[in-house]
Design a protein around this ligand. Structure first.
Ligand SMILES: Cc1ncc(COP(=O)(O)O)c(C=O)c1O
Length: 450
């Protein structure tokens, strides 16, 4: 038995056997031993280009030397971390640095250990501050998988098996401003929770949607909660994705990239007016709290990450490489009839495929969609990995969408390598009958067998 097999068997035995089946089925059962920047290496020395970034954690790349040094130094400094009955300086410093990038009225931070926990805090704070209990969220939304965040999930496949979730959470379609007004006008809505750019499927709002939504929220006394867990901190070419829309949310949640890829950290950033309603007297000063939230290593990682992001101008890098990637793929749309849309901002990109017009290709398309609705995306990501050593993923269930979340530090050479590889994969997919379709049918068979 090879080591890789042992590793995956061990994981299957003790952690998640179904996930190991998926990895094996799509040929993602690699044994990675090292990582640096935008690359991963397996034990045979093969290098992989990582366009998934740990679901958006590695915006500044993996194992960044500045974060490593800051963390080594912090460990050597024997910090008095998690005293709990103290006011940690590092937390105050990180809060100040984060808030400096946000609208003036967002002036207080609650630190968390994850994105979903930041959203849980935002939900609780909004309900408590407004004394209302209804929450509005968007179709396709993803805010995390704990009970409250899951109650705002716009995808049935995540909710199934866990319902009933929180009561009084209503989903509305993105871009439907009338639906939002109908929901808010009852004046019982605590918060409208949204991702400024949606992670599942990378769906973007119409230019004026969020501005109109903001006006409605102000009119009806509803707090606007921008979930920037994935889109924040440079990923979309701005510090925060809400900036693309010229809005000023009341509450902003962040996590992922703030960790520098090392220590989990999240933050719910909110106005003092909300703080004053939640923590309004001394015996409520920790009425919402956690144990690890302000731990020294997480704060150091956050501070060092902001330093790196500022020094290396990460938002600008994300914007430039994103334009190259999106522009490069859009230029191929005339050439490949199944490539129907390339959308996104900065390093948050979706590639969508649609049923072709030509008869032969349509036969192949219909065949694999009959076998499995989400298979076409795998026909793209599987050869990107097996032939070109590029790590990517399909986004969501039963959709023909591949998603890229590359590190912002990816170079123009990496972009060109990806574009050449993507073109080669598209050429294979646009040949029916052909190897790519046979691989897809094999995948379908293996999935059924598994
Ligand atoms: C927009 C958004 N919100 C929240 C979360 C949940 O974050 P975490 O996995 O750290 O709980 C995610 C994770 O992918 C996300 O993309």
């Amino acid at each position: 038995m090879t080591e890789a097999t042992q590793q995956h068997d061990l994981y299957a035995t003790h952690v998640n056997p179904q996930f190991v089946k998926v990895l094996r089925t799509i040929g993602y059962d690699k044994e990675y031993v090292r990582a640096e920047g935008q690359y991963l290496w397996d034990k045979d020395g093969n290098r992989y280009l990582d366009l998934l970034s740990g679901y958006g954690v590695f915006t500044i790349g993996r194992n960044h030397p500045a974060i490593k040094k800051a963390l080594h130094d912090a460990i050597d400094a024997n910090h008095a971390s998690m005293v709990q009955m103290d006011a940690p300086l590092l937390a105050a410093q990180l809060a100040k640095r984060l808030l400096a990038k946000m609208p003036d009225h967002v002036d207080t931070v609650f630190f968390t250990n994850s994105g979903t926990e930041a959203n849980e805090a935002a939900i609780k704070f909004a309900k408590c501050a407004t004394k209302r209990n209804r929450i509005i969220y968007l179709d396709h939304a993803f805010h995390g998988l704990t009970n409250g965040s899951l109650s705002l999930n716009g995808n049935d496949e995540f909710r199934n098996g866990f319902e009933p979730l929180l009561p009084n959470c209503d989903m509305i379609p993105l871009n439907d401003i009338d639906a939002l007004e109908a929901a808010l006008s009852k004046k019982d809505v605590a918060a409208f929770v949204f991702e400024p750019i949606q992670g599942k499927g990378v769906y973007l709002a119409k230019t004026d949607y969020f501005q109109k939504a903001q006006a409605l929220c102000r009119k009806y006394g509803t707090l606007m909660i921008a979930d920037e867990v994935q889109s924040g901190l440079g990923r979309t070419g701005r510090w925060f994705a809400y900036e693309h829309y010229g809005i000023s949310p009341d509450i902003i949640t962040v996590a992922k990239a703030l960790s520098g890829g090392f220590i989990p950290v999240g933050a719910c950033c909110y106005p003092r007016a909300v703080y004053d309603k939640v923590f309004h007297k001394m015996d409520r000063c920790v009425v919402h709290s956690n144990t690890f939230g302000r731990n020294a290593l997480a704060m150091v990682a956050g501070l060092a990450t902001l330093d790196v992001m500022e020094t290396e101008n990460i938002p600008m890098q994300a914007a430039m490489r994103g334009e190259e990637l999106i522009g490069g793929m859009r230029a191929m749309m005339g050439e490949f009839e199944m490539l129907s849309d390339v959308r996104g901002k900065g390093m948050m990109i979706a590639i969508e495929f649609s049923r072709p017009k030509s008869l032969l290709l349509r036969t192949g398309w219909d065949l694999i969609h009959k076998a499995n609705k989400g298979l076409f995306g795998q026909m793209v990501v599987v050869p990107l990995m097996s032939k070109h050593r590029i790590l990517s993923q399909v986004t969501g269930h039963n959709v023909d969408v591949v998603k890229l979340l590359p590190p912002a530090i990816m170079t123009s050479d990496d972009v060109n390598y990806f574009l050449d590889s993507f073109r080669a994969v598209m050429q294979d997919c646009h040949r029916f009958p052909g190897g790519a379709w046979e691989v897809a049918m094999q995948l379908a068979k293996q999935a059924i067998k598994a």
